[in-house]
Design a protein around this ligand. Sequence first.
Ligand code: HAM
Length: 419
Amino acid sequence: MSKLQAPKGVSEYFPPRSQYFELVRETLIQSARTAGYSLMELPVFEDTELFKRGVGESTDVVSKEMYTFEDRGGRSITLRPEGTAGVMRSVIENNLDKLSLPIKVWYSGAFFRAERPQAGRYRQFYQVGIEAIGLNDPEIDFEVIAVADRAFKKLGLKSYRLEITSLGDAQSRASHRKDLVAYISKLKLDEGTVARAALNPLRLFDDKRPEIQDAMKDAPLLLDYLSAESAESFAKVQELLTAANIAFTINPRMVRGLDYYTGTTFEFVSDKLGAQSGIGGGGRYDGLMAELGGNDLSGIGFGLGVDRVLLACEAEGLFDTSENKSDLDIFIIALSASEKSFVSNLINQLRDKGVSCDMAYGDRALKGAMKSADKSGARYSAVIGSDEIKSGNLALKDMKTGESKEVRISTLTAEFKTN
Ligand code: HAM
């Protein structure tokens, strides 16, 4: 029979590497929790209309990369390509915007984009994201960027950069758009590009083709059109980043892949990842909530790519994969088949008390069982034979130092609380 394979381009994690995936994801989430963000758990699929309206039809994400299908009721459904639109939908639907503001939430899970797979670019990938909704304040822009930066530093990452820009307020964008459209109208472009520019002229800054990049060399930059208010807010964000020792560069040509951005926008880029170097990004999205039928509240957030952050950590040599990182306190081996039930019962009781433990299963000889103890990465191991059961004592072996000490089986739990 032919072997089944995972669909092309999906990322998946299994032991031992999955423990580092988990560590990365937890560290990113913990940084959000530390700053007062609460969990939002959302559906993986939504009505297609949500992403069309929320993310924008000029984007590659919506026009080329969505996993869209008809469900059994004939509705058009899309696997979520990103998290912000879903958060807004839920906030509006559940009237969360009537509660005290800002609403600060985090989320984590799988996202789907039918991109051409390559290293660090997957069709199913993982993000940890946060959104702070209901405040338009440079302090919260700073907070959001700092939450991401703190998580990266906590993981030990060093070779990454933060790029920021401002896409201004409606007034800034309107005056820039006029000049940008006039500039673009003088270029010789193919039909598809003209159509894309008509939906969102900023998209052309993001076009990877050298001839378009060349044509856009002298295009007017939004940063030069910021209203006094937008410029002041952007200056304040920079001041706060500088005061917090968060290094950044201003990239006035940054265009994010989603249409909803306004004001402060940012990207974190790893120097170690080659083409798919964006380890996270986000920005402000004033207008998105109103566009989706809710109150006209502003918001800001980010999405961090867990897969890519893991790759960046590995590329920087932050994880010692030769060492089994394990949560196990103790691994217990029964000397012979007759002590098996005793050991099974003992580890069951230890687990009831919160001690993480495992045992050697099957009919393995002592040598094989010792190997399993080694592989398990447990801090301690012990062998239980008829002598141990009779005396009620066992030799607790420290797997790092090789030293053993005699302890009472009945008070084993206490060992792990004090150690
Ligand atoms: P995004 O820049 O499209 O933003 O995605 C955020 C991060 O997800 C990227 O920086 C990257 O690390 C990761 N990522 C995106 N696509 C892939 C892929 N195909 N394979 C692997 N990793 C990928 C958003 O999604 C916005 N919702 C972020 C946001 C939240 N903005 C405001 N609030």
